[in-house]
Design a protein around this ligand. Structure first.
Ligand code: ADP
Ligand code: MG
Length: 262
């Protein structure tokens, strides 16, 4: 059975696209047939951070009724399939968000997991992704304005008949004034599925047009994304062994000296 997740927030910039771009490839790596879609049709950037742009057919053309979704599926890292949006404003204006339901219906038989990167806010193109998901996952930063916006998104989801699966707390920096996991669960009224630290490697990876799990696998954010992906995919997480470091100069010297004495 396919599982459809929508990554939502309320406030912009909490890390929805980052979460989508990292969970998708990891789920694919764990053996799930996974497709990630850029449902943020106005401010599309999922393709951008995955190195996919200037494509002939995107979700824009599909939502405009000019193309079929199978022609807008591209190959992403670790075998994840990606349905990006175009960058033009005209493409956005011609898109009909209602068509998203048909797009999902066309994809369900092909995949185990579909992940939609939703827009911020409560416009029509933002509400439909909340209704087509089996589970909405809220991406929240550990600060009051982000929490309040996430609560509004939770209420909106439930009002339109959707279901909130849980929340991901993104950009935990370990400051004293931050809300902790238990406080967030109490305020949001949903389970916290995972916690992703603030990590400069996330931005560095985006600048290099790849998700952090691909570009900097041993980083703190990558390890958190791997654990979270395994949890959501329902598989056991095994921490990958750190790469064996090369023999240092001191080791080599010690070995040479020892051999000379023997
Ligand atoms: P949204 O899709 O919710 O608008 P993005 O995923 O585009 O948010 O993230 C907004 C900015 O925050 C980006 O520049 C991204 O690189 C950065 N960012 C997201 N998560 C983290 C993190 N855990 N650590 C550091 N920077 C992050
Ligand atoms: Mg985004």
């Amino acid at each position: 059975m396919v599982k459809v997740y929508t990554i939502a927030s309320g406030k912009g910039g909490t890390g929805k696209t980052t979460v989508t771009a990292n969970l998708g490839p990891m789920m694919a790596r764990y053996g799930k047939r996974t497709c990630i879609l850029d449902a943020d049709v106005g401010m599309a950037n999922l393709g951008l951070i995955l190195g996919l742009e200037d494509l002939p057919v995107t979700l824009h053309e599909v939502l405009a009724g000019k193309a079929r979704v199978k022609d807008a599926i591209y190959e992403g890292p670790f075998g994840v399939k990606v349905v990006p949006c175009g960058l033009s404003l005209q493409g956005f204006q011609e898109s009909n968000p209602d068509r998203l339901r048909d797009v999902m219906a066309d994809l369900v038989s092909e995949f185990d997991i579909l992940i939609l990167d939703a827009p911020a806010g409560i416009s029509k193109d933002g509400v439909i992704p909340l209704t087509v998901a089996d589970g909405v996952i809220l991406v929240v930063n550990p600060e009051i304005s982000s929490i309040v916006d996430a609560i509004k998104t939770k209420i909106l989801t439930e009002t339109v008949g959707g279901h909130v699966e849980g929340a991901i707390i993104n950009r935990i920096a370990g400051n004293r004034d931050e809300f902790n996991r238990a406080q967030m669960e109490k305020l949001l009224g949903v389970r916290v599925l995972g916690v992703i630290p603030e990590d400069p490697n996330v931005r560095r990876a985006s600048a290099g047009r790849a998700p952090v799990v691909v570009k900097y696998p041993p980083s703190d954010a990558s390890r958190a994304f791997k654990r979270l992906s395994a949890d959501i995919a329902g598989i056991e997480y095994v921490e990958e062994a750190a790469p064996v470091s090369e023999e240092s100069f001191i080791d080599r010297l010690a070995r040479a000296l020892f051999r000379a004495k023997a």
